[in-house]
Ligand binder design. Structure first.
Ligand code: SF4
Length: 309
């Protein structure tokens, strides 16, 4: 086989195939707008007069977040402003011109914050040790300050559904906590509201959207830090489940917004000590001895083969 055969370019799509691709891309855009809009509504993330600071790392998810928020702003019944912010941490080979060029062409207000956290981290953390925790702490403090300086009322991050699920499993497997990544929170300094409008978006959709839109992605390994291995394992586990048992990951995600504190063991969440038998029958009440049927959530899009559970 000749080299020419090996490197032959794929055939251009026919008109019919091109129409189909355009239709799929349009559906993807609509789906992202719907899911981001839904999360914003469910958690009251953006209100009239807000100035939303979108943190842009140069990764696919933050580009998608900015893009979708700009679309939604055009359609929203309320007025809000957007300012995109990138923190240039002075990592070696960071392509500093990509984001300013992209954002200028997009016509969105933006700010690039130059802070050499890379050198600080390298100086303080011994070679071979994980640098992420100090790096994120420094980044967080800088972004809070920038939000103050820009008068931003909300700080938007690009974490998606799979980040939320991975964090949930990380906390459960390694931290002994039933806890994930909040869709909306008050910052630890008590001064900011942080929102995650992509909370309902699947990573695969964000990935596909980045391809479709041709976002100029900046690689996230410039700092030379190793990827978090535990998170990587969990990501792989979820991908495997998704392939083998379609619907399982969706079901777990639904479970995060369908919690029964009385059926867990956290005495802070539910007052077990105050339970009394009041003699009043309740047909919807708890069944003590029978095993409860495992009802599928209303939004559950697939079924899990029981023999495989
Ligand atoms: S991967 Fe690098 S840039 Fe990202 S948090 Fe870790 S040390 Fe910082």
């Amino acid at each position: 086989m000749s080299a020419a055969t090996l490197t032959a370019a794929p055939a251009a799509p026919t008109a019919k195939q091109a129409d189909k691709i355009a239709l799929e891309n349009n559906k993807l855009h609509k789906r992202l707008c719907r899911l981001v809009g839904q999360a914003i509504g469910d958690f009251n993330m953006i209100e009239e007069g807000d100035k939303v600071m979108v943190c842009l790392s140069g990764g696919k998810d933050s580009y998608a977040l900015l893009d979708i928020l700009m679309t939604l702003r055009e359609r929203a019944p309320i007025h809000f402003d957007i300012v995109a912010v990138n923190l240039d941490q002075k990592q070696p080979n960071f392509p500093a011109d990509i984001l300013p060029t992209y954002l200028s062409n997009l016509g969105v207000a933006f700010h690039i914050e130059n802070q050499d956290t890379y050198s600080i981290v390298k100086r303080l953390i011994p070679e071979g040790k994980t640098t992420c925790s100090l790096c994120s702490r420094l980044r967080r403090g800088i972004l809070y300050r920038v939000a103050d300086e820009l008068g931003a009322t909300k700080i938007a991050l690009g974490h998606h559904r799979d980040d939320i699920l991975e964090t949930f499993f990380l906390n459960m497997f390694f931290g002994g906590k039933l806890k994930s990544m909040p869709a909306k929170l008050q910052s630890d300094d008590g001064r900011h509201i942080v929102i995650r409008p992509m909370a309902y978006v699947k990573e695969a959709d964000s990935e596909r959207y980045a391809e479709v839109k041709g976002f100029p992605i900046i690689p996230c390994d410039l700092c030379g830090s190793q990827e978090n291995l535990q998170r990587k394992q969990i990501k792989n586990l979820m991908r495997e489940w998704d392939k083998k048992f379609p619907g399982r990951v969706d079901s777990i995600f639904s479970a995060l917004s369908n919690v029964a504190p009385s059926h867990l063991l956290d005495r802070e969440l539910f007052s077990f000590t105050d339970i009394k038998a009041d003699g009043v029958a309740n047909p919807l009440g708890d069944i003590a001895f029978d095993e409860e049927p495992c009802a599928m959530p209303a939004t559950f899009p697939g079924t899990i083969p029981l023999q495989a559970v």
